[in-house]
Each structure stands twice: as C-alpha cells, then as structure tokens.
Ligand binder design. Structure first.
Ligand code: G16
Length: 543
C-alpha cells in the first residue's frame, strides 16, 4: 500500500455555505471534486497529521463511496485514527456526540440534510470541530480559500475498508474504529430524560407515531422508543434508512411530512406525532390535530425545561436564529434569563454554548437542541416533549393553549420562492438593502414600520463579526418580516420570507395562521415587489 500526491486544480463553485458544501450528487462524484474539498478541509485545519476524526453520514447514495475516499485521504495525510459508525451511518447529532465523547479533533459529516438523496439528487459534506459543532466562520472561510488555490491532494492506494463489522482495523498506520452508531447517543439520552416517566406514559396507552422518513433516525428511534421505552412495535414508521430515502424529501414540516400530518388529523389519531429529517438533526412536533411550529416548540421547551432531569436546575440562557419568531424571547424575559439572537446556522450557537452562556437553542428551520451536543438534535427534541407531556399529563393542544394564554402567541409562517434566477434574487435583496432607510414611518396595509435593518452580529464571546444576514422589517404591534436568501439550496436561489405577528388578545389565539398574518403577508409583497420581480403568483412552499 502506498500514498501518492495527485495534481489537481480548483473546481469552480465550491463554497462555504450555511452548512458545509451541498451540491448535486453527480458534482461530488466528478473526478477530484470530493478529494479537493476533503484536502481543502485538511489544509485549512493545519493538516491531519496525528489527528483523530469521526466520519459518518446519513446513509444517502454515495455515502459509502465518499467514506472510503475520506479514509484513504486521512491515512495519506497522516491521521492517527478515524472513528466511524457501522456501515458508515451516523446521524448528525450522534456524530457530534462521538466527537465530544472521544475527544476527537473533528468530524466529516456526509449529508445534504433534508434534501432528497440519489444519483440525481443532492449530496453534502461538512466539517465539525473538536467541540462537536459545525466549523466556525473563520474555518469555513479558510476552507473556501483552500478550494480556490488547491494544487494537489494526498490519497492512499488501498482496497475498501470493511465498515460492516464493529471493532478495530487498520489502514496503513491509521487505526479505524467502527462503532455501533446508536449506542452512545442512546446512552446520552438516558442520562438527560426521565425514562421511567416516559415508559409509564407508554404503559398507560399513550400512542406515538414517529416518522423517520426512511432516513438516518430510524435505527435510533426504534432503539429508544420501541426497545427501551416500551412503545409498541410500529410506533416508528418508515424506519429503514434507504440510499434514496424511499424517493422522499425528508424535511420534517407539514408539507413534506404530509403522511404524518394525515395520520395526526385523522379521527383515530395517536396522542403525539413526530418526524426527523435526513440526518436526524431537525424535528417536527405535532399533537392530535395540533401542529407546533418550530419557533413555538422552542418557546415551550424553554418554559418547561426545568421539568426534565437534565435541565432541572433551570437554563443558563437561550438563543434563537434571527428569523425564528420572538416567542422564546418573552419566555426568557418572564424567567429572567438571557436570550441571544444570532444569524442562521447552528455554527453560531457553538461559542455561546462553549462559554456556558446558553444551554437551549433553536431555529425556525425545525432545529432544536441543547449543550448536550453541538448540533441540533431531532430525537432529543421529541424526548423533551415526551418528558414534558409525561410530567404535566397534558395533551399537546393543552400545552400550546396554556402557553399562548401565558405568553401570547406569535403567529408565524415562512414563504419560500424556490429555484429563482440568482440575478433576480440578488437584485431584489440589493434593492431592499438600498431602501432600508426610507422604510421607518411608512405604512403598509395599515402596519407602520418602526425599524428596518440588514442583520449583523458580533459574537459576544470571540467578537467575530458577521454582516448581511437578512433584512428585518419591524412593525408597530410586534409584527415582523424578514427577507433572506437560503444558504443550503443546490439550484438557483431560494428566497425565504419569514412572517410574524404577536397576538395577546385571548379571544384571538386560535386563528388560522395565514388569516392572522394576512396584513403582514401583503405588506411583505408591497415592500419587496415579490410577485412582479419573481413573475410568480406566490411562494412554492409555505411552512
Ligand atoms: C442548515 C443549518 C441550520 C440552518 C439551516 C438554514 O440546516 O444547519 O442551522 O438553520 O441550514 O437553511 P437555509 O440557509 O436554507 O435557510 P440543515 O438541517 O440543512 O443542516
């Protein structure tokens, strides 16, 4: 076996992105593409010599091939050890936990999250750091710079490593440790939650349907809900990970998890429904006929975390991404705890958690998590809810009604214009930016603009500064519109419009969100000229 250096040249279009590099699978399969990116990561972190890494992915098409390339490159670059999940499978939160548990130097996570999988769909690779969290902006910028100047990569000639057997093996000088992908994460969950209370809930006939959407969480969910907590077989549906996710789109929201929504809206609906995404970091929470928005879920968890053993001492602070609704802010105010607003991307929570400033974080994009790992964690969020329901004895609908009565309700929706021409999207954002100063004091559909800005953020721990994170327009009375371009799309540009309206009148807490938000939706259209500029009748996706 020998290692060699392969001459290469930069490939256009590799970027830092919101969450590593996401591209069409065929791009990743093109000669040198994956290799360039892996070598760029290794160069950007000061080389791999003597380092220990975790590698794993959500099981999508090309996961197994990509892992073999990363193993051969890690060996050629002098890594000491790579830890991988059996068959290359690791959910993103489980990978984050393994990095922390084993004090590894970082991890290569293979996933395009909730994006569809397959040779004609999407693939992705991101690097997580020694704290278990996504690479910081400084590191992703360094990776990007490497991709633009790379001239060679190092790789070992060797046959494929057998990833099917748990245990240790070697590739040249490098040790490879294959672990059960589920066991360590499941053990961590048992430390945080009152498993006895949740078991008693299931013993009492409480019914859960968990939709793993044929992606990474199936084995984790079966092990925890069915094998450990006593939920009946069949609780986990679509529980076998498939390379093409069964042809589905494992994005846990009412649109893409419509199968689960139908189950939860049927007359014989179970008590609780939940779903997770491709790589197991996102979650959807739904009660019988009662969908909970991710922003509301974060607020409910913040209000009730003290009921859960792992958080019994109370929270040190909470954080949300800027476009996430301000529902959690009012819980934080009532409980007198700090609340941080950061740019979109889980990487921005890491330094706050490392510094002990927050231990609960959440995003409107269906991510919720705590400082038990440095990623959002779908199963953790579901267990949080189960633990809260077990202790309070309430239904999801009751929990929500009580929460809104106490804190008010932030009606919330997100409208997405997908696969837009990039130039049209960029001009729209540029024009919005240019007109920001003219907005305050103006009225749109009866709503008066109080302030408007382009969100910028200075990290309170390391003082790093980030600009251009989305346009915020704040109205009198607690309404808000945010315009932002997605950082995870793989085709054209996706424009996201986040719409919010606070309601504290107890007689108006149970309206249809699109009705409650009608004026805000119209105001957004008037401010940005959405229909005229995009030439579309409306958004493709409303969540
Ligand atoms: C990724 C990040 C999330 C972020 C989301 C935003 O999610 O990990 O922290 O909220 O992207 O996506 P967009 O830029 O498209 O709005 P994931 O689950 O795709 O890794």
């Amino acid at each position: 076996m020998s290692s060699h250096i392969v001459a290469t040249q930069p490939i256009a279009g590799q970027n830092a992105g919101t969450s590593g590099l996401r591209r069409k699978t065929r791009d990743f399969m093109a000669p040198h593409f994956l290799e360039n990116y892996v070598q760029s990561i290794m160069n950007a972190i000061g080389g791999a010599t003597g380092k220990r890494f975790v590698v794993g992915g959500d099981g999508r098409y090309f996961n197994d091939r990509a892992i073999q390339v990363i193993l051969r490159m890690a060996a050629a670059n002098g890594a000491a050890e790579v830890i991988s999940g059996q068959n290359g499978l690791l959910s993103t939160p489980a990978a984050s936990h393994l990095i922390r548990l084993n004090k590894a130097d970082g991890g290569f996570i293979l996933s395009a999250s909730h994006n569809p999988a397959g040779i004609d769909a999407d693939f992705g690779l991101k690097f997580n750091m020694g704290n278990g969290g996504p690479a910081t902006e400084a590191v992703t910028d360094a990776i990007l710079a490497q991709t633009q100047s790379i001239t060679a990569y190092q790789i070992t000639d060797a046959p494929d490593v057998d990833l099917t057997q748990i245990g240790q093996t070697e590739l040249g000088e490098m040790q490879i440790t294959i672990v059960d992908p589920v066991a360590d994460h499941a053990a961590l969950m048992a430390q945080l939650f009152d498993f006895d209370a949740i078991r008693a809930l299931f013993d009492g006939g409480f019914r859960l349907t968990f939709d793993a959407m044929h992606a990474a969480t199936g084995p984790y969910a079966k092990a925890i809900f069915e094998d450990t907590l006593g939920a009946p077989a069949g609780t986990v549906v679509n529980g076998t990970p498939l390379p093409d996710f069964g042809g589905g789109h494992p994005d846990p929201n009412p649109i893409w998890a419509s199968e689960l929504m139908d189950i939860m809206n049927a007359p014989d609906a179970p008590d609780f429904g939940a779903a997770s995404d491709g790589d197991g970091d996102r979650n959807m929470i739904v009660g019988r006929g009662a969908y909970v928005t991710p922003s509301d879920s974060l607020a409910v968890i913040a209000a009730n975390a003290h009921l859960v053993p792992g958080y019994a001492k109370g929270l040190s602070g909470v954080a949300r991404s800027m476009p996430t609704s301000t529902a959690v802010d009012r819980v934080a105010r009532a409980k007198d705890m700090p609340c941080f607003e950061v740019p979109t991307g889980w990487k921005f929570f890491g330094s706050l958690m490392d510094a002990g400033k927050v231990n609960l974080c959440g995003e409107e994009s269906a991510g919720t998590g705590s400082d038990h790992v440095r990623e959002k964690d779908g199963l953790w969020a579901v267990l949080m809810w189960l633990n809260i329901l077990a202790v309070t004895g309430q239904s999801v609908a009751d929990v929500m009604a009580q929460h809104w009565r106490t804190y008010g309700r932030n009606y919330y929706t997100r409208h997405d214009y997908e696969a837009l021409d990039k130039d049209i999207a960029n001009v729209l954002m540029d024009d919005l930016r240019a007109g920001l100063d003219t907005l305050p004091g103006k009225q749109f559909t009866g709503l008066e603009v109080m302030a408007a800005d382009d969100f910028a953020y200075t990290d309170p721990v390391d003082s790093s500064h980030t600009t251009g994170q989305g346009i915020r327009v704040m109205f009198a009375g607690g309404a808000r519109v945010v315009f932002r371009l997605s950082g995870t799309g793989t085709q054209g540009a996706t424009l996201r419009i986040y719409l919010e309206q606070l309601e504290t009148d107890v007689d108006r807490l149970h309206m249809e969100p699109e009705v409650a938000l009608a004026a805000v939706i119209q105001a957004a259209d008037q401010i940005a000229g959405l229909r005229d500029r995009t030439g579309r009748g409306g958004p493709e996706v409303k969540t």
